[in-house]
Design a protein. Structure first.
Length: 112
């Protein structure tokens, strides 16, 4: 039987050598989970649409507001946000460049 092992990923390295215009970069995919880094520049608009999977965001750095329907909250580094599948949501009023660790469960569909 093949022995399984862990993987180490450093979010700061995910975009190394990549263009600033690239907003999302996945670094892990297994059937039950996928993960990536999402980044939005200060003053930019969040283009995302709802996903079919549950999402967990970990704010690595930056400051913005988050809107889901009529609910709005302010976010800053170190906070964690859960978003259920299919919920319309977006980051807005991005005051400081926003870098988020994003996890999808199950793994994000390629057809979203």
């Amino acid at each position: 039987m093949k022995q399984r092992s862990f993987e180490l990923h450093r979010p700061a390295d995910v975009f190394a050598g990549r263009p600033r215009e690239e907003l999302y970069r996945e670094f892990l995919r297994v059937p039950a989970l996928s993960a990536g880094v999402y980044r939005l520049a200060a003053g930019s608009a969040d283009p995302q649409r709802p996903h079919r999977e549950d999402e967990l965001y970990v704010v690595l750095e930056g400051r913005a507001r988050f809107r889901a329907g009529e609910r709005v909250c302010s976010l800053t580094g170190g906070e964690v946000l859960y978003v259920p599948a299919a919920l319309e949501h977006r980051f807005e009023d991005i005051e400081e460049d926003l870098t988020l660790l994003v996890m999808f469960a199950p793994a994000e569909s390629a057809t979203d």
